[in-house]
Design a protein around this ligand. Structure first.
Ligand code: MTE
Length: 320
């Protein structure tokens, strides 16, 4: 693992306080009577603590970085969620329009047990953990976000992939009535993404329901999203409605739009520039001002030790 710079480590006292706050908040919410349905809960992003639904305190899990976390205001105010608008501040402004009530996710395709799961069933499927991951956007900025969720592998195992399943496609909500960004032709809707099955089964691949100890704000992909920390941020599809196991490499929104700029793999790689800019360095949102020196981008976003073996023997210049 790459060691964080001393200046990047949150002072232990601050960190302990944060943990206390998280645990106290979770405990308090768990104690509160929970009369309303999960869908009612989900229409108030950020207002409730996740453990209120599950009764499980979250715990910090393997793969977490010790780096200082990005302020919540930045992580929830500077977003890419094109269905909710192209400019960075628009998703937060339009997030209240997301139709979160009665949300379901279909898990289908080459599986022995296809199913459609409601949010509550999804939340109860595996213990929730806190995972503090770096997120590196292809645009050249990064954040450090404490997500709450569990490994996608837990869900995939439940539906029992068939031997012929080699890839996983993720489909996200495309609701023209509630998502003003769908009027734009910048991407083909619905937004789709994909992983190879072994990437999807890797324990770092996270199904996230919350961040900073709270339910996901709409602009960050409520009520459930993918987080794949060693790949560029666009692989981490928000507001999932379907997960499909397939034999062939699936279409993905960015790859369809600009295949020479956005490859299927899109592993963070400082040695493979984007067609129009370098990927060698990055700016940490909320910390590095425009004039601050940029920090070097790490291969696989710093997760090489965990994931590089997934690509042994592959030419990563070709399979970018
Ligand atoms: N998911 C959907 N459905 N639509 C999007 O436009 N943008 C992606 C990804 N997931 C996007 C999406 C991009 S480009 C990035 S960098 C991350 O979400 C940003 O996640 P964040 O806003 O939580 O930091």
């Amino acid at each position: 693992m790459n060691q964080p710079l001393p200046s990047e480590i949150t002072p232990p006292q601050h960190y302990a306080n944060r943990r206390q706050w998280l645990q106290a908040g979770l405990a308090a919410a768990a104690g509160a009577a929970w009369g309303s349905s999960p869908s009612a809960w989900a229409t108030q992003p950020g207002s409730s603590k996740l453990a209120a639904l599950t009764g499980q305190p979250s715990r910090i899990a393997g793969g977490s970085t010790l780096e200082k976390t990005t302020p919540f205001a930045d992580a929830s105010g500077y977003n890419n969620f094109y269905e909710l608008g192209m400019r960075k501040e628009e998703p937060a402004r339009n997030a209240h329009r997301l139709p979160l009530a009665d949300w379901t996710v279909r898990i289908e395709g080459l599986v022995a047990q296809p199913q459609t799961l409601g949010l509550e069933e999804l939340l109860r499927l595996a213990p929730l953990e806190e995972r503090i991951y770096r997120l590196r956007c292809v645009e050249g900025w990064s954040m450090v976000i404490p997500w709450v969720g569990y490994s996608l592998a837990a869900l995939l195992q439940k539906v029992q992939p068939l031997g012929s399943a080699k890839y996983v496609q993720f489909e996200t909500l495309a609701d023209a009535q509630h998502m003003p960004g769908l009027r734009s032709r910048v991407l083909q809707w619905p937004y789709t993404e994909g992983l190879r099955l072994d990437e999807a089964m890797h324990p770092l691949s996270l199904l996230a329901f919350g961040m900073y100890g709270q339910v996901l704000p709409g602009q960050n992909g409520a009520p459930v999203r993918l987080v794949v920390p060693w790949k560029y941020g666009f692989k981490s599809a928000k507001s999932l409605v379907a997960i499909r196991l397939e034999e062939q490499q699936p279409a993905t929104a960015w790859n369809q739009t600009a295949p020479h700029e956005y490859g299927f793999y899109s592993n963070v790689n400082p040695d493979v520039p984007h067609r129009r800019w370098s990927q060698a360095t990055e700016r940490r949102i909320g910390e590095d001002g425009l004039l601050a020196p940029k920090r070097p981008t790490l291969p696989f976003n710093g997760y090489a030790e965990q994931v590089a073996q997934l690509y042994s023997g592959m030419d990563l210049q070709r399979y970018y």
